[in-house]
Design a protein around this ligand. Structure first.
Ligand code: DGY
Length: 322
């Protein structure tokens, strides 16, 4: 039987690359440099399976680049970097890696929330620059978390995991906006209040954390009006997708003092970071680390591999999204 020819567009954890190489005719990206649009388009004619990730733009032109690829097995849960309609039009199924990065991403949301609330980034920069003049009662005063309202925009797996940490770990109150009320058991466990109107949620939250998918439906969901609707002195946390936030408006809301701080892990055109944010002290900026722990990155790879194996056997794809 001929082995499937599989392209892995970036370095994956060693254990997963080894297993892939045992099972498939796999081409790895040893240099780990992003491949670029031309090379991705050519790959569509040279491989049976394409395994991209969030740093690849699998757009209409790439998908039109060749007719050999019969599966796109994405490494990652978000898939707004893939033109799903173009893949569908060519009959190419797409899979992702849900579930396995829930805890890691919720951990990063809490990392950002704590760092923003307690001004950890500012403090570390001050100390490393040699500017710390010593303890004093008024130095770098942040915000407590206990009793504060955490408003979650989107209450899927990652939103709920974030709420659990905030509620059980830090005594925060939970409110959420989503398409529908959550499972009653979850609502009871977290004493979570469903707020069906986004503006209402923004107006009552001390901290807002974003957990909606990226893409055209949520583009600039948090725009100047939404930011103006946030409670004065509140904080915005984004571990979802950069396109959900208008970063010019966010910079303005921080500069004016309307928001007390923000914590971001994702940006609209990564790895570019919106210039307007770089000089602001009260925004914590991480380089898309949501899923970056060893266990999670291996689990993501194994999940993508399980989809490729199912495809090779002609079985149902466990994580088919399109
Ligand atoms: C995802 O899986 O969508 C993440 O953002 C990449 O780690």
């Amino acid at each position: 039987m001929t082995r499937l020819r599989v392209l892995i567009t970036r370095r994956w954890p060693e254990e997963v690359e080894r297993e892939l190489a045992e099972k498939f005719d796999v081409v790895l990206n040893e240099s780990d440099q992003p491949m670029g649009q031309q090379a991705l388009a050519e790959a569509m004619g040279d491989f049976d399976v394409l395994c991209p990730t969030v740093s690849d733009r699998i757009d209409t032109d790439v998908i039109a680049g060749g007719n050999r690829v019969k599966l796109i097995a994405n490494y990652g849960v978000g898939f707004d970097h893939i033109d799903m309609a173009a893949a569908k039009a060519k009959g190419i199924p797409v899979t992702n890696t849900p579930g396995v990065l829930t805890d890691a991403t919720a951990d990063i949301a809490l990392t950002l929330l704590l760092m923003a609330a307690r001004r950890a980034g500012e403090g570390e920069r001050e100390l490393r620059a040699g500017n710390w003049s010593g303890w004093r009662p008024t130095h770098l005063i942040g915000s407590a978390l206990k009793g504060k309202v955490l408003g979650l925009v989107g209450f899927g797996r990652i939103g709920i995991a974030t709420a659990r940490r905030a509620h059980h770990g830090f005594g925060m109150k939970v409110a959420y906006y989503g398409r529908r009320p959550c499972d009653p058991e979850v609502a009871e466990e977290l004493q979570a209040e469903f707020v069906p109107d986004l503006t209402d949620l923004l107006g009552k939250s001390d901290f807002v954390s974003l957990h909606v998918p990226g893409g055209s439906d949520t583009a600039n969901l948090i725009d100047a009006d939404a930011l103006a609707a946030m409670k004065p002195g509140s904080y915005l946390i984004n571990t979802a997708r950069g396109g959900v936030v208008d970063h010019g408006a966010l910079a303005e809301a921080l500069r004016s003092g309307h928001l007390a701080g923000a914590g971001l892990d994702v940006y609209p055109a990564e790895p570019k970071v919106p210039e307007a944010l770089l000089d602001l002290e009260d925004v914590v900026l991480l380089p898309h680390l949501g899923s970056a722990n060893a266990e999670t990155r291996i689990a993501m790879g194994m999940r993508a591999l399980a989809n490729v194996e199912a495809f090779a056997k002609g079985a149902d794809l466990p994580d088919r999204i399109g």
